[in-house]
Design a protein around this ligand. Structure first.
Ligand code: KG4
Ligand code: ZN
Length: 337
């Protein structure tokens, strides 16, 4: 089954075609047009600017990726939330229109579910073993989710304020690093000493699986000021922040693994590109839970893309989980469960 995926929830216009067979998905085509440069000067994504750019990009991208009349495509999958409403609407309208025009079924995909399926986009097939514990870490979400099977999710914990990616972005701004902050902070952190500054690990000892990153960001702000904002200390500050943020993520995940005893652990979302997180969580699992399989997405599928949306759509299509194209609407606050 061939699924055409569309993703416009934030600042990437993305389209992809995946082919699904049984529990395998293969990426046939994948295009991502990033608007990063456009939003850089504002230090964040401006929804209306993002939407206008999506509109400009979608038609040329569509003709680049799909044959006329959607020949060979079996269904269309589009992100309908969560995300920025004006941006989401562009993709949703395109999906609805194509579904009616091509007479193909439409699948509304949850962006967070899409991120989870980035773990299925591997060059070599390996069957996925459930239950799987997933750490979703993006620019707007931080959640620990127990995936019991396809489409079966249980939310164990989430952030009470800022998301992990948001904390990286805000710390980057404090340190005068470019947007988006995650890649910039983690690059600089490689040259720094992560134990140079003693920063809090919010909620690390709480009994639940919730997170809080806003206090850590504020601690960075004050510690950095007290240190005189010296250029020579910038890498140490970045490394110390990353150490604290990753420490909390790894701490909560190991507790959640001990409690839920999953067969597989995976990470998903933009922050899943963070090498420190990959390596520290990987090492912790290998040491404490040697039987648990740890999966990370390919780097190119950590950020927003449509291959993951099409993959999530494929597993919904298998269950005939289609929507009437006349009814699909953007939903900015959609949760995974
Ligand atoms: O999943 P994503 O592309 O978009 C959302 O759905 O939000 O995530 C974007 C977030 C941004 O906050 C960005 O700074 C962060 O992912 N990010 C990283 C890294 N690469 C991207 N954070 C930490 N380390 C990275 N290497
Ligand atoms: Zn995302």
């Amino acid at each position: 089954m061939r699924i055409f995926g569309i993703e416009t929830s934030c600042d990437e216009t993305a389209m992809a075609i995946v082919e699904g067979k049984g529990d395998r998905v293969k990426v046939k085509a994948n295009i991502v047009a990033s608007q990063m440069k456009l939003h850089e000067k504002y230090g964040g994504v401006v929804p209306e600017v993002a939407a206008r750019q999506h509109v400009e990009t979608i038609i040329p991208m569509l003709s680049e990726i799909v044959p006329p009349n959607g020949k060979g495509i079996d269904a269309i999958a589009v992100t309908y939330g969560p995300g920025l409403v004006p941006a989401l609407r562009v993709g949703v309208e395109l999906g609805r229109t194509l579904s009616l025009l091509w007479q193909k079924p439409l699948i509304g995909v949850n962006h967070l579910e899409g991120h989870i399926y980035s773990n299925w986009l591997k060059p070599r097939y390996k069957p996925m073993v459930f239950p799987a514990l997933v750490l979703i870490v993006s620019g707007k979400h931080t959640e620990i989710v127990l995936m019991k099977g396809y489409g079966k999710y249980q939310l164990l914990g989430e952030t009470r304020d800022d998301a992990a990616g948001e904390a990286f972005d805000k710390v980057a701004r404090i340190l005068g690093l470019p947007y988006p902050g995650g890649p910039a902070v983690s690059r600089l952190a490689k040259e720094g000493n992560g134990s140079r500054f003693d920063l809090p690990r919010p909620m690390i000892d709480s009994k639940d699986f919730d997170f809080s990153f806003s206090g850590l960001k504020t601690a960075v702000l004050y510690t950095w000021r007290e240190a005189g904002e010296k250029k020579a200390l910038k890498a140490d500050m970045a490394a110390s922040f990353q150490e604290a943020a990753v420490g909390v993520l790894v701490g909560k995940m190991t507790k959640a693994i001990a409690l839920t005893k999953p067969k597989t652990v995976m990470i998903a979302g933009g922050v899943a590109a963070n090498e420190h997180l990959r390596s520290r969580l990987g090492k912790a699992i290998k040491k404490q839970f040697p039987k648990v399989k740890f999966i990370v997405p390919e780097m190119k599928y950590t950020g927003d893309n449509a291959a993951m949306i099409a993959a999530a759509g494929y597993f919904r299509a298998l269950k005939k989980d289609f929507v009437d194209p006349r009814d699909l609407e953007a939903n900015p606050n959609l949760g995974l469960v």
